[in-house]
Design a protein around this ligand. Structure first.
Ligand SMILES: O=C(O)CCC(=O)C(=O)O
Length: 250
């Protein structure tokens, strides 16, 4: 069944078959500009007091080897969660152009399960092949859909998302690489089937929690910022409210 939801063409069978779907931007150039400004502001806020915001911050230096880490010592790669300290992200999480397709896939309203801002600034580090449910969400339902929204144009030189279409099929839980609780064993990943998903700013990727995905270094001179929202069906309730750290905010 193919649905036209706002500007998005939603092919539900395709989502179920491939485990992901792309959609054109639901956001205007003004929306995107507001979000980029909000991204800069929340980044500056957290960078100004990294001790206070430490539970939200992932540092590039924890993901880069010595060769790639030069000059990246104090660069933030990810902020999670952000919607409570940067409410604009919380507002856009419920933008109809973003969530209406999900309401059709879930056949229900949505509840926001997770929100984050991945910066991938120039020189930013890869995310090795992983499955979100297996690495990060096992304590919760797997009735989850992630929406990945590029705030900047993203191509392969900027480390756009890459996926293995259909790898979610049958809800496999693939073995981790030895010593990791995140990265899948490279022997279990057929990288010949990898499909890069480059999109213009505002472009969206909806994907399944079992889908194998990856992104490479940002070797360009431009940022590849991404707003990432994960939702569960509203009938399950607000099941991940405990994710917001109490970092002494007024
Ligand atoms: O931002 C990226 O490039 C990948 C992020 C990702 O895979 C994740 O947050 O699970």
């Amino acid at each position: 069944m193919v649905l036209q939801v706002g500007g998005a063409r939603i092919d539900i069978e395709r989502y179920r078959r491939d485990g992901y779907l792309t959609a054109e931007s639901a956001l205007s150039p003004d929306d995107l500009q507001r979000l980029r400004v909000a991204s800069d502001e929340v980044l500056a806020l957290c960078a100004s007091d990294p001790e206070r915001y430490r539970r939200r911050i992932e540092w590039e230096s924890d993901h880069l080897d010595r060769e790639h880490g030069v000059g990246m010592e104090r660069v933030i790669r990810k902020l999670e969660p952000v919607s409570d300290i940067a409410p604009l992200f919380g507002e856009y999480a419920f933008h109809p152009g973003i969530v209406d397709p999900l309401r059709r896939i879930f056949d229900d309203d949505v509840s926001l399960f997770e929100d984050k801002l991945n910066l991938k600034l120039p020189g930013g580090s890869p995310y090795p092949w992983h499955q979100d449910w297996a690495c990060c969400w096992r304590a919760h339902t797997d009735e989850l859909i992630t929406c990945f929204i590029y705030l900047d144009d993203a191509d392969e030189t900027m480390g756009c998302l890459q996926v293995i279409p259909g790898s979610h099929e049958g809800k496999p839980i693939l073995p981790f690489k030895e010593g990791s609780h995140f990265e899948i064993d490279p022997a279990a990943v057929d990288t010949a089937k990898a499909a890069p998903v480059p999109l213009k700013a505002g472009g969206m990727i909806y994907f399944d929690p079992y889908l194998l995905h990856y992104s490479d270094f940002n070797t360009s001179s431009k940022p590849r910022r991404t707003m990432i929202f994960t939702y569960n069906p509203a009938r399950l309730g607000s099941i991940n409210e405990g994710r917001f750290p109490d970092d002494g905010r007024a």
